[in-house]
Design a binder for this molecule. Structure first.
Ligand SMILES: [Cu+2]
Length: 212
């Protein structure tokens, strides 16, 4: 009889400990409740507002980006064609109107399918004013390819007798800040594979669009 009451007393003690162990996790402040509405941040959009009367505050901003596509001869490094500039800073959630002035008349081989225009507004581009959705594979000189947003723009070899062809396309930047790495997918660099030199060097056939 005595033994049993001792056991019961022991149980009572352990139960007390168990209870006091919980209930300590409610005091942590939560960062997510911080207020985020400062009155002026969401832009009433600027000067270039569209004419459509129903446009709301979500009308994306529009910015222009002009790149020159020059040959190695032109940039002083034979065999190193180059996009100038290769890096740019772009606003988030914006339409970027890109103009490429292409001076290069040499072609290079590309992965299958990279002759198609993808990821641009209306999935097309213009070459000297003519709207196209692809370029003959054998006529591709370079590409501007951003895998993370599905963008692929094949730049055809210069065909006009002018100094350069004008390629235009537009694309929308993501709504959150991030770095968009772009790469030319046409083997225009050096080495056996054509993927060395300019192809592997930031500021030449690859670059970064910083979205902020
Ligand atoms: Cu290239």
């Amino acid at each position: 009889m005595l033994k049993r009451s001792l056991i019961i007393a022991g149980l009572g003690v352990t139960t007390m400990f168990a209870i006091s162990a919980c209930g300590t996790n409610t005091s942590q402040p939560s960062a997510s409740t911080a207020p985020s509405n400062s009155t002026s941040s969401t832009a009433t959009s600027n000067t270039t507002s569209n004419s459509s009367s129903t446009s709301t505050s979500s009308t994306p901003k529009t910015v222009n980006l002009t790149m020159k596509l020059v040959t190695g001869k032109m940039d002083g490094k034979p065999g190193w064609p180059k996009f100038e500039p290769a890096d740019a800073t772009l606003p988030a959630n914006a339409i970027v109107n890109v103009t490429v002035k292409n001076y290069d008349d040499g072609n290079a081989s590309i992965p299958a399918g990279d002759n198609k225009v993808t990821g641009t507004v209306n999935s097309n581009m213009t070459v000297d004013g003519k709207t196209v959705t692809s370029v003959k594979t054998a006529d591709v000189a370079h590409t501007i390819t951003i895998p993370t947003i599905g963008l692929n723009v094949p730049i055809p070899v210069r065909s006009s007798s002018e100094k350069y062809d004008t390629i235009k396309f537009s694309f929308k930047t993501p709504s959150t800040p991030q770095k968009l790495d772009w790469q030319c997918m046409a083997t225009c660099g050096s080495g056996k594979s054509g993927w060395g030199g300019a192809m592997a060097t930031d500021g030449w056939m690859k670059g970064v669009f910083t979205v902020q």
